[in-house]
Design a protein around this ligand. Structure first.
Ligand SMILES: Cc1cc2nc3c(=O)[nH]c(=O)nc-3n(C[C@H](O)[C@H](O)[C@H](O)COP(=O)(O)OP(=O)(O)OC[C@H]3O[C@@H](n4cnc5c(N)ncnc54)[C@H](O)[C@@H]3O)c2cc1C
Length: 676
């Protein structure tokens, strides 16, 4: 142990000892104090959901155990003000330097900037690094130095950068510990008693922690990667990498993923293995989407709350909490959608295909505000990640320049036969439809009465009729789009006449979350239970003891006319969903114990107003190269782009936009809300 002059390494979503540039630099400069600060109230509405907190708990335990084996331990601090907690650690350890890795969500950008200012003003050296991306957002620009606004152009640029992403670093051989004798470590509470039972099942499928992430990566690269291209659209099979929660918490570095996959790419190219090459390209594109989500968040910090395309702010969303509830509960009457929502409820996981199906149904058929869906995903997904979540929902809603066509409605019946041709996925998650023949499994409302009777189905009783007919949804969407364009034209005219502040300048707030999506910060339970903000029971994974049986929901369900048998269906007990996902032996590792000090201070609901007229941010950093805190700053010049067609997925141009010449501009939001 060394005293004085040590360095603090501040862990956040980089919970690994391998390829961790901040840790490596801290170790190089001498004795290290490793710190994790848990201040979830700072996240506002985006307080982490139950399953995400479960993951974090186990990930931190594993990190602590790895740090201990290297010579130090992880100091954990419960806080409501991260920056003052950092200052406290500096004071109690006599540290002279702070090392951390960059994050790109708006809250972190603001917080990290504050931290840097506060610490440097006290004479502490602050050094920060890229550990989350192949390239920093400000490194990837078009020929005019502007950030890209379409994924394809962005990704092409990444793949043709004049320099490769840096090679991954090995873990340190050993760490000299700084003096932590005057530093208190809080035992963090991530779940309460009522959540523990639900969470117990998760460990049957998932193994958080950096070393487990490493194993999951190796398993994927040496197995399913080869057929990723062929299999990745099979909604009901374990053919993708399942790396997303590991990547979210930084348990594995994206640079390591990239390098290992590139090695396979070279190998398969040498062997003329076309299928392998195609798979690698597609998998790297998936990694590229994750990169792009951070890029978008950095350049458009409101992307989790406002549409990127200006005209979409005039879209008349259907603000209907009943629809919202039916969707959450998997009671829309569309089997593929309902199966997906029940899987999400039960496991915290959804295949990308099914995420697309349920989100598209949400915004195009129900026409609910996309942010509600995004927030529900945030609360329930095991891999909840603000940037990827926002990118996914904006893409599906058609609020991105290269998103899906805004007038496109997918029919869940046809998608059902495409992604679940034999109806196995639906039967697994909707036991009430288990005996329905495949011919009708994705559209039970068309089945002859005799077939329904034989299958034990009474529509409107033990399974709902479609909540909204697809034809009615199409008609409503057309009307809504026409209203949107009228409103947009009126606002434009008002702007031209000088009677309005401007299209891109609106201070109007996004549609509020329904009550059961609101974080109950003011009524937070006692500090000792401070992690529990239970806002809806229907996200609870059933406990081990109760198997997969659900508690009935007492509130009226949306199948309003048919509420007699409106119980939430039970998930079948013979499911083996967790084993199915599982490729690794679970090693939950060292668990943390429970204790929290102090009382809950007020959440600071401050709003940062950025200077300048145009909010299309110019990527910048406080100095170039490594060791800088990224700073969000508004760009000096405004620009808009003609969005040109490309092939498929994100990066597909919207021919709808090409037909609609009115407004193709990115929103010029000026306000960066810190509370979501
Ligand atoms: C509406 C919607 C919401 C989403 N919300 C999230 C979220 O909260 N967190 C999250 O990690 N992903 C989200 N995604 C993206 C994607 O569905 C998941 O990353 C993927 O299903 C995770 O499975 P995997 O790790 O096996 O992926 P793989 O197919 O093996 O891909 C490898 C990695 O690439 C990244 N990736 C793949 N697709 C995307 C994508 N479309 N956008 C961003 N990154 C991608 C992930 O980090 C993933 O782990 C969302 C997609 C949609 C359509």
């Amino acid at each position: 142990m060394s005293s004085g002059g040590c360095s603090i390494v501040w862990f956040r979503r980089d919970l690994r000892v391998e390829d961790n540039p901040a840790l490596a630099a801290g170790v190089r400069s001498g004795a290290v104090v490793a710190v994790f600060i848990w201040a979830p109230e700072e996240e506002g509405h985006f307080y982490p959901g139950r399953v995400s907190r479960w993951w974090l708990k186990h990930s931190l335990a594993l990190l602590d155990s790895s740090l201990r084996s290297l010579g130090t331990s992880l100091i954990t601090t419960r806080s409501t003000d991260t920056v003052s907690s950092l200052l406290d650690v500096v004071k109690s350890t006599g540290a002279t330097q702070l090392f951390f890795n960059h994050l790109y969500d708006p809250l972190s950008l603001v917080r990290d900037h504050r931290a840097k200012e506060a610490l440097t003003s006290q004479g502490i050296g602050v050094h920060s690094f890229n550990a989350d991306l192949l390239y920093e957002p400000w490194e990837v620009n078009d020929d005019h130095g502007h950030p890209f606004t379409t994924f394809t152009a962005f990704w092409e640029k990444c793949l043709t950068m004049p320099y490769d992403p840096e090679s991954p670093l090995l873990p340190p051989m050993k760490i000299t510990s700084g003096d932590v004798s005057r530093c208190t470590s809080d035992t963090l509470v991530f779940e309460d008693e009522s959540e523990k039972g639900s969470n117990a099942l998760l460990a049957r499928a998932w193994s958080p922690g950096w070393s487990n992430a490493d194993k999951a990566l190796a398993t994927f690269i040496n197995g399913p990667l080869l057929e990723y291209s062929k299999n990745r659209r099979k909604a009901d099979s374990a053919t993708t990498s399942f790396l997303s929660p590991h990547l979210h918490f930084g348990e594995v570095s994206v640079r390591k993923v990239f390098h290992l996959v590139r090695i396979k790419q070279v190998l398969w190219a040498n062997e003329a293995n076309k299928a392998g090459e195609e798979s690698v390209n597609l998998f790297l594109k998936s990694i590229g989407l994750r990169e792009y989500s951070r890029y978008m968040s950095f350049n458009h910090p409101y992307s989790h709350e406002k549409p990127l395309l200006g005209h979409l702010k005039f879209f008349p969303w259907v603000v209907d909490e009943g629809y919202f509830k039916a969707w959450r509960q998997g009671r829309t009457g569309y089997p593929l959608v309902d199966a997906g929502m029940r899987e999400l409820w039960a496991t915290g996981w959804l295949h990308d295909r099914i995420r697309v199906v349920v989100s598209s149904f949400f915004v195009k058929v129900l026409q609910l505000p996309w942010r509600w869906g995004m927030k529900y995903f945030w609360d329930t997904l095991l891999d909840a990640d603000l940037e990827s979540d926002a990118l996914g929902w904006q893409y599906i809603s058609g609020t991105l320049p290269d998103g899906r066509e805004v007038d496109r409605i997918d029919n869940p019946q046809f998608e059902g036969y495409k992604f679940d041709p034999n109806g196995e996925y639906v039967r697994r998650w909707l036991p009430e439809l288990a005996r329905l023949p495949t011919e009708w499994i994705h559209h039970p409302w068309n089945a002859p009465e005799s077939v329904l009777v034989a299958a034990g189905i009474e529509l409107g009783s033990n399974y709902p009729r479609p909540i909204v007919e697809i034809d009615a949804a199409k008609a409503r969407l057309e009307e809504a789009l026409s209203e949107m364009w009228q409103l947009e034209a009126a606002a434009r005219a008002a702007l031209e006449n000088g009677t309005d502040e401007g299209l891109g300048d609106s201070e109007s707030m996004p549609i509020a979350f329904p009550n059961d999506l609101q974080m109950d910060i003011d009524n937070e339970p006692e500090r000792n239970n401070a992690t529990t903000v239970q806002h809806y029971e229907d996200q609870m994974v059933p406990s081990m003891a109760s198997s997969f049986f659900r508690v009935e929901d007492e509130e009226a369900s949306l199948d309003l006319q048919n509420s007699a048998a409106d119980n939430r269906a039970e998930v079948p007990t013979d499911l083996n969903v967790y084993q199915e996902l599982r490729r690794e032996v679970v090693n939950p590792g060292h668990m943390q114990t429970v204790q929290i000090n102090g009382i809950l201070p007020q959440f600071n609901d401050s709003t940062l107003i950025l200077n300048g007229e145009n909010s299309t941010a110019e990527s910048s950093s406080s100095s170039s190269g490594r060791g800088v805190v990224p700073v969000w700053s508004p760009s000096a010049s405004s620009y808009s782009e003609q969005f040109v067609g490309e092939e498929s997925g994100i990066g597909t141009s919207s021919s709808y936009l090409q037909r609609q010449q009115q407004s193709h501009q990115l929103m010029n939001w000026r306000r960066l809300s810190q509370t979501g």
